[in-house]
Every structure is written in structure tokens, then in C-alpha cells.
Design a binder for this molecule. Structure first.
Ligand code: SF4
Length: 245
């Protein structure tokens, strides 16, 4: 079976996340199919049916799926949008839960992956929470058009309060931080409901306040908390990130 192209380039920090998005999309997408490694029901959002994928344009120090996103070529099998929807709906019927999401990685890496996600959403009956870091929505606003009219709410996880914190947290060049904020503007313009999530243990009150003052549109800010796996603590230490009280 086709396993995807090799993640050839050594990932040197800080990297260009748009180039990384293109490279990763080439690995995790093949003929409209995307790599997934698990389908499950989880307790988040009061219960949600979840498809776990691999491959991200960022490499956050606190990513719970760090190793799979560092080496997306090693994990998962390819599924078409219809195959993903079928798997999700089977779990939904068993659990009587019609709330869906894709987790584990970044769903939106470029046009191919965005089209794939839009088709998954259109093929599932129920509400979809699109969890994204928003960077590629900010960089290529036309990708947002694919989601207009779908039953979707977008949760944008903003990864810093300025360029410096973004670079430390994500491993990507700080100059790309503004695309996350621009994504919010585009979503608002196109009438797609969304909210922002931040990692409170890393941001602290000061980071959250600094970010709030930069938000281009008013929106709810959700606080996430760290999963303190040993590798997460090690990654944070290596990047010089200090946890807030
Ligand atoms: S954006 Fe999300 S999926 Fe990507 S590396 Fe960061 S935490 Fe992981």
C-alpha cells in the first residue's frame, strides 16, 4: 500500500511553516485521501466523535502528538473523505452523538487537505468543530470559502501573543505569527462562527492580555491546559519556555 513520501528534510528550527505545510501535505495527502491513524469517541466538548490524523505545519513544544507530527510519513493509512465520514458515523450511531472533529494534527495544510476536510464535513450529518491553528487560513484566505455554508464552527488555537513567543512555542519563524490573527479576520468576514483557544499554562495572564489587545475581531477566548507528559516538559525546557502559575 502507498505509504506516502518521505519527510526528507531535517527539521531545523525555526522553520518556514508555509513551506512545512506544503511538504507535509505532500506526505499526508494522496489522490484526495488523507492519512488517519485512529477513529474514536472522546469526552471532550461533552462527547465528540473524533478522527485522528497526522501532519502539521507547526511543531509546538507542548503538542501531545509531537512525534507523529514530527514524522508524519511513519504513521497512518490513507482514507477518502467518504471513508472517514463512514467511520465517524458508525461511532456516532453507536454513541448517539452527532458532534464531530478531526484531531491530532493540523487539518488545513493547503488546498488538497482543505478540500478533503470540507468533504468530510459535508458527508457527516451533525455539527463539526474544525480545530485548526489557522495559519494557512490567514496565508491563503480563499481556503476559508470551502467551509462557507457548512455546519461547522472553527476553534483557532493561537500559539503565542507576539512573534517571539510564537517562535518559541511552535518552532516556526516568528514573522508568520500574524497569519494566525489574520485567519480570525477572514473567518469573521466570511461569516463562519469561531472562537480562539490559548494554552493558559504557557501564556499566563500577561500573555492572554497581550493577545486580547491584538485580536482583530472580538471573540471568546478559551483556556486550554497542558497535558504534562514527560516529553512535553522536556520539549518546553529545550525551547526555554517557562510555565506560568
Ligand atoms: S498546531 Fe496543534 S497539532 Fe500542530 S504541532 Fe501545534 S499543538 Fe500539535
Amino acid at each position: 500500500m502507498y505509504k506516502g513520501k518521505k519527510n526528507s528534510r531535517f527539521l531545523k528550527l525555526p522553520f518556514n511553516p508555509v513551506e512545512r505545510a506544503r511538504e507535509v501535505e505532500r506526505i499526508v495527502m494522496h489522490n484526495g485521501k488523507r492519512k488517519y491513524y485512529r477513529f474514536r469517541y472522546t469526552r471532550y466538548y461533552g462527547g465528540i466523535v473524533t478522527a485522528d490524523t497526522v501532519g502539521c505545519d507547526l511543531l509546538c513544544a507542548y503538542c501531545w502528538n509531537y512525534f507523529k507530527n514530527l514524522h508524519p510519513e511513519r504513521y497512518g493509512e490513507f482514507y477518502s473523505p467518504e471513508e472517514v465520514a463512514e467511520r465517524l458515523l458508525k461511532i456516532a450511531r453507536a454513541k448517539n452523538c452527532y458532534l464531530f472533529r478531526i484531531s491530532g494534527a493540523e487539518p488545513i495544510l493547503g488546498k488538497d487537505s482543505a478540500k478533503h476536510v470540507a468533504r468530510v464535513i459535508a458527508s457527516t450529518s451533525g455539527e463539526f468543530i474544525l480545530e485548526t491553528n489557522g495559519l494557512m487560513f490567514g496565508y491563503s484566505p480563499e481556503l476559508v470559502d470551502l467551509f462557507v455554508g457548512l455546519n461547522v464552527v472553527v476553534r483557532v488555537t493561537v500559539k503565542g501573543w507576539d512573534e517571539e513567543s510564537f517562535e518559541k512555542i511552535t518552532g516556526a519563524k516568528g514573522e508568520f505569527f500574524h497569519y494566525q490573527l489574520e485567519a480570525l479576520e477572514v473567518l469573521a468576514e466570511k461569516g463562519i462562527p469561531f472562537w480562539v483557544a490559548v494554552m493558559y499554562d504557557v501564556f499566563g495572564e500577561e500573555g492572554v492580555e497581550t493577545l486580547r489587545n491584538k485580536l482583530p475581531v472580538p471573540c471568546r477566548v478559551e483556556y486550554e491546559h497542558l497535558e504534562t507528559y514527560p516529553f512535553v516538559l522536556e520539549n518546553l525546557k529545550k525551547r526555554g519556555i517557562i510555565l506560568r502559575d
